[in-house]
Ligand binder design. Structure first.
Ligand code: ATP
Length: 263
């Protein structure tokens, strides 16, 4: 379902950070977990198309969003990913309704057409935000702001939801309740989720699989329900997720020859 192999470098003056994250997962909810500065946000931004990798690919549910070798680089709106930013990034001067509908409008036409307005009404209702549709974000609680940001991320009918530290902006007292609310939203919308966090409780509450990111590398992949993990290898300079069980049989049947090898 999620197949990511990314290589890119960013620099800020003399500081240079090289990212090479590679993992594959069939789980519906995957967390990128790791310390601050490990490269989680860069990975998420590259999946969303906000950052262009030098090499690699991004495939979601069989769709190729990016493939450097094949020259494929879908612009963000065509990727059909919803992005929940770390501090929600709600527009303070727009109402709840306008925030949710923002991505359905264009800069030259900010009015919602009939279908888009209906979609926004549905989202307002399903997130329990009708009563505050005309309020500005500053008048909402942290939890309500999170719901507006989630509704906005879902407005474009995404095929993948990207969550960047979804609870970082919240009072710890609120987190448990909102984790459960978010888990319910994901289940209700049947949406695959790729989230980043450095809070192990987010992983335990929301993720089926977690990929540990350290120093710009995906180093371990953990099955949360089973409590098992596998190391992600760097082979020939490319990190790969573990092979499925039948791969060993295929290798045996093919005589152990490496791809591209002869004799
Ligand atoms: N646009 C940029 N230009 C230069 N360096 C950057 C840029 N964005 C991120 N970095 C650097 O890349 C490294 C990885 O950053 P990233 O934001 O991906 O980490 P992270 O794992 O998401 O951390 P956090 O959990 O603190 O958000 C950091 O050292 C950061 O300073």
């Amino acid at each position: 379902m999620i197949d990511v192999d990314l290589q890119l470098a960013v620099s800020d003056g003399p500081r240079r950070f090289a990212l090479h994250t590679s993992f594959r997962s069939d789980a519906r909810r995957v967390a990128l977990y790791g310390p601050s500065g490990a490269g989680k946000s860069l990975t998420l931004q590259a999946v969303a198309g906000l950052l262009r990798p030098d090499r690699g690919h991004v495939r979601i549910g069989g769709r190729t969003l990016f493939d450097a070798a094949a020259g494929i680089d879908l612009p963000t709106p065509q990727r059909r990913v919803g992005y929940l930013f770390q501090h929600y990034a709600l527009f303070p001067h727009l109402s709840v309704r306008q925030n949710i509908g923002f991505g359905l409008t264009t800069w030259w036409r900010r009015r919602l057409d009939g279908r888009a307005a209906q979609r926004v009404d549905e989202l307002l209702a399903s997130f329990g935000l009708d009563a505050m549709a005309d309020a500005r974000p500053a008048a909402l609680s942290g939890g309500q702001q999170q719901r507006v940001a989630l509704a906005r991320a879902l407005a474009c009918d995404p095929q993948l939801l990207l969550l960047d530290e979804p609870f970082a902006a919240l009072n710890p007292m609120l987190r448990d309740g909102l984790r459960q609310e978010l888990a319910a939203v994901c289940a209700r919308w049947q949406l695959p989720v790729l989230m980043i966090t450095h809070d192990i409780d987010d992983v335990l509450a929301l993720a089926q699989e977690a990929v540990l990111i350290e120093h710009g590398r995906a180093v371990r992949q953990v099955n949360v329900a089973r409590g098992t993990g596998v190391e992600l290898q760097l082979r020939g300079g490319v990190a790969r997720a573990p092979e499925p069980p039948q791969a060993a049989a295929v290798r045996r049947l093919l005589g152990g020859a490496e791809a591209g090898g002869h004799g």
